[in-house]
Design a protein around this ligand. Structure first.
Ligand code: IMP
Ligand code: MG
Length: 177
C-alpha cells in the first residue's frame, strides 16, 4: 500500500465486483435502448473503462470536461471546458462520474443534458458520500457508499496525484492539511 494512504476502503477485487454488477444492471435496464455513456473527466477514469467492458449491449461513449464554480452564494454554474461531440437529442444518456459528494456537479450536469432534449438522463457514480450532500440529486446507479473522509485512487485525486492507485483509500490527513 502507498505510504500516504491511511486505509483501503474499496479493494481492487471489490472494484471489479462493482463494475461487473453495475455493467450487468445497466445492460438489463437499457436492452434495445443503445444508451450513450458520458464520462466526466478526469475522475471517471478508470471506472468508466472497467464498467464499459461489462456492458453487453450496443452503446456509445463520449467524454466531457467540466469545472463547477460558485458565481453567487445561491447560484452555482458549470463551466464546460471540453464538450461532447455526439448528438444526444432523443437519446438515453448515462452520466458517469467518480463520486457524488455535495451533489452539485451531478445535479448541474443532469440539468444541462435535460436541456439538450435527451430522452432520459440517469447518473452512475462509483462512490456516494451521503454525509456531504447539499443538493438532492437522484443517482440511479451507485457502486458503493463511503464515509465523510477524503478518498483517493482509481481516478480520484488530491492535487492531481493518486489517480493511478488501483484501489480507493483514505488519504492521511497530514498529506492535505
Ligand atoms: P460534488 O459536486 O460536491 O458532488 O463533488 C464532485 C467532485 O468533487 C467529484 O467529482 C470529485 O472530483 C470531487 N470530490 C468530492 N469528494 C472527493 C474526495 O473524497 N476525494 C477526491 N475528490 C472528491
Ligand atoms: Mg471529479
Amino acid at each position: 500500500m502507498n505510504n500516504d494512504i491511511l486505509k483501503i476502503l474499496v479493494s481492487e477485487e471489490q472494484l471489479a465486483d462493482i463494475c461487473q454488477k453495475l455493467g450487468q444492471q445497466i445492460s438489463n435496464d437499457y436492452a434495445d435502448k443503445k444508451p450513450v455513456f458520458i464520462g466526466l473527466l478526469k475522475g471517471c477514469n478508470p471506472f468508466i473503462s472497467d464498467l464499459l467492458k461489462k456492458v453487453t449491449i450496443p452503446c456509445q461513449v463520449d467524454y466531457m470536461k467540466v469545472s463547477s464554480y460558485v458565481k453567487t452564494e445561491s447560484q452555482d454554474k458549470i463551466n464546460i471546458l471540453n464538450d461532447i461531440s455526439l448528438n444526444v437529442k432523443g437519446r438515453d444518456v448515462i452520466i458517469v462520474d467518480d463520486i457524488v459528494d455535495t451533489g452539485k456537479t451531478t445535479s448541474l450536469i443532469k440539468n444541462l443534458f435535460e436541456q439538450r432534449d435527451c430522452k432520459s438522463v440517469e447518473i452512475c457514480c462509483l462512490l456516494d458520500k451521503p454525509e456531504g450532500r447539499i443538493v438532492d440529486v437522484p443517482v440511479k446507479y451507485i457502486g458503493t457508499t463511503v464515509p465523510n473522509e477524503f478518498v483517493v485512487g482509481y481516478g480520484l485525486d488530491y492535487d492531481e496525484f493518486y489517480r493511478n492507485l488501483p484501489y480507493i483509500g483514505v488519504l492521511k490527513k497530514e498529506k492535505y492539511n
